[in-house]
Design a protein around this ligand. Sequence first.
Ligand code: KG4
Ligand code: ZN
Length: 364
Amino acid sequence: MIILGIETSCDETSAAVLKEEKGALFLLSNVISSSLDMHSKTGGIIPEQAAREQVKFMLPVITQALEKANIQIKEIDSIAVTYGPGLIGSLLVGVETAKTLAYVLQKPIIPVNHMIGHIYANFITPPEGEAPKIEFPAVALVVSGGHTDLLLLEGHGKYTLLGGTRDDAAGECFDKCARLLGYPYPGGPKISKLAESGNANAISFPRPMIGSDDYAFSFSGLKTAFLNTTRNHFPILRNNVPNSNAGWQQVVLENDLTEKEKQTIYDLCAGLQKAIVSVLVRKTIKAAQQYNVKSILISGGVSANASLRKTFEKETKEKMPDAKLFFPPRFLSTDNAAMIASAAFYHPKKVSWKEITADPELYF
Ligand code: KG4
Ligand code: ZN
């Protein structure tokens, strides 16, 4: 079985070829082209521009994915495509391309929910690695720029949403706090880098909803706490409204920061990261214990975060020693088409090209 995956929900244009052999999924190619640099300059993604870039990249990316996999397009058994959630203009490029290919090649389409796709990045055999032995029941945390969701998985296609964010996603909180300091999108990797030189206990931030008896999350208040705390540490900013594109650029970009001030920036980042990681880990482990799961699956862009990985490893060992913890390889944490092909393999709901439409508001 060979599946061509297509992912165009946001600013990445991706195509991948996956092959199934003896029940394991192998990655033959995974090509990603991103319009991220363009969006960094404007301080965020402009949907219209992202969609135009998708149109430019779509066919070259598919061609390259097939070439890298050494596969002729007629050898493909089915086409998996993200149909939501995402930006409508971007989604349409992938969906219409998949429909056209399906019609011309007379192959079925498998529509995939982008968020379920993130979870299934965990099911791909990593290059040079072994096929992951994931057992059900499992809890899955999907943590990205747009979503923070916790699900219970009782089998392929059998999932229940336990809770999600009431406002901002964890990735959004990383991105917006980084922007306050003057760093462009995506801010998560930057905060994580600065946090390496900081003391996570020097500046404390609230851990929103950490003790609530449900599985809901909230990260919007943490952004405000970060803004106020940063202002308190840098009096020069007290009467200064952050520029909407550049944030408080002068704080981090001017060269005249003292060593002490630089350390304060590192400590702010480390404190923020610790607050986000603590909430994500605590709630996921709580769900894992309540449902006595065999596997814990972490996915989405924020799952690339080193501190999140380390904390999950420690807490799983201590609190759920019989459960196995899974993270996708880092290159499959952020948006990619391989995860879409993987989800399609395990949920092979084939439809004809006439039966699929993009759904930007799709949820679970
Ligand atoms: O899954 P993804 O690529 O796109 C969405 O579906 O949103 O996730 C992007 C998010 C961004 O918010 C980015 O800042 C965050 O993932 N991210 C990280 C790290 N790498 C990416 N956040 C924290 N630490 C990282 N190392
Ligand atoms: Zn995503």
